[in-house]
Write a protein that binds this ligand. Structure first.
Ligand code: TXA
Ligand code: MG
Length: 317
């Protein structure tokens, strides 16, 4: 198991030695390495068993530091950066040579994010190098929203877990870039599309569902628990799976027959933010339970509900 604590100096020292440290962010925990150290970045891919064609997001402490690593010149992207950073937004920006090709899988854009978490911002300010950090889970599995999630799956492969408590948002960042001169969302996430459109007007969606996407987070099967998972209408899914022990992840009122099923309510008051915070934790607990299958209610397709439905679709593919 990895040591867990709030020691920023130790985290900084380990990272500068090329070691791996799990870091808290408002979205999910990241598995961080010094982005300028190729050997360290390589060990991120190894620890996660992540394919090299899946590039990493770099994390920075502030907008001013971006200029060393990427080009933030488009006015619309600048507006988004000012409006939502630090926060659950990732921008795809033309990369500079200082960022190793391994980080971007050879692509000419680098994904950049300023996370909104006090401990990690302090760490980023201290080390003065960008941190390449994918979500701290084995490739394809559910992202971690608590230090214990990280320790359980990657504890033997990393050197330290910086403990920033449970994540405030609970869904990965929304990924935005430019495609044919239009603002484009590549991954739905913790920043709702409606919020982005308030700043830059209508956006394009490039939310792939293929097995050969531009952004591997768009892989048809991703964010997935090991048990079979189905999403849709709870009553219909219960009817279809009669006789099985079921973990039910629902939303709002529980007007279905509970029998001896396990019930996890994402938000009794139908609060989508609360649902986002609970989603990945419930998927993990359901996956570790003695249920045969997991069923999950489809949420209203608005605000964070869209990103949650996207994750459920991929988890059930
Ligand atoms: O909220 C988040 O974004 C978390 C926290 C730790 O910051 N990170 C995260 O990283 O979710 P990861 O690696 O699990 O997902 C990043 C996604 C991947 O689907 C990757 O393909 C895409 O971002 N991505 C990264 N760099 C890219 C690039 N240069 N071009 C296109 N897609 C990129
Ligand atoms: Mg991930």
């Amino acid at each position: 198991m990895a040591e867990t604590g709030k020691n920023i100096d130790l985290a900084a020292e380990l990272l500068l030695q090329g070691k791996l440290v799990a870091i808290p962010t408002e979205t999910v925990y990241g598995l961080a390495a010094n982005a300028l150290n190729e050997k360290a970045v390589l060990s991120v891919f190894e620890a996660k068993q992540r394919p090299f064609f899946d590039p990493l997001i770099i994390h920075l402490p502030n907008i001013e530091s971006i200029v060393k690593y990427a080009v933030l010149e488009d006015e619309r992207l600048q507006k988004l950066a000012k409006a939502f950073w630090p926060g659950p937004l990732t921008l795809l920006l033309p990369k500079k040579d200082s960022i190793p090709g391994l980080v971007t899988s050879g692509l000419d854009r680098v994904a950049v994010r300023i996370p909104n978490h006090a401990l990690t911002l302090e760490l980023l300010n201290k080390i003065n190098v960008p941190l390449a950090a994918p979500s701290a889970n084995p490739f394809g599995y559910v992202s971690p929203t608590e230090p214990a999630h990280v320790n359980k799956q990657l504890g033997t492969k990393i050197d330290y877990i910086l403990d920033g408590g449970a994540c405030d948002v609970g869904l990965e960042s929304t990924i935005v870039g430019i495609e044919n001169d239009k603002i484009c969302v590549y991954r739905l996430g913790g920043l709702a599309i409606e919020e982005i459109e308030k700043i830059v007007g209508n956006i394009e969606l490039m939310i792939n569902t293929s097995s050969d996407p531009k952004v591997p987070g768009q892989l048809k099967s991703h964010y997935a628990p090991k048990k079979p998972l189905f999403s849709g209408d709870i009553k219909q899914l219960l009817e279809k799976n009669k006789g099985k022990k079921i973990a039910v992840i629902c939303f709002g009122e529980e007007n279905f027959s509970k029998e001896d099923h396990l019930i996890f309510n994402l938000s009794r008051t139908k609060d989508l933010g609360e649902a986002a915070i609970n989603l990945f934790n419930y998927l993990r607990v359901a996956d570790d339970s003695d249920a045969d299958i997991v069923i999950c209610e489809e949420l209203p397709n608005e605000g964070l509900g869209r990103a949650i439905n996207d994750r459920l679709k991929r988890a059930s593919a």
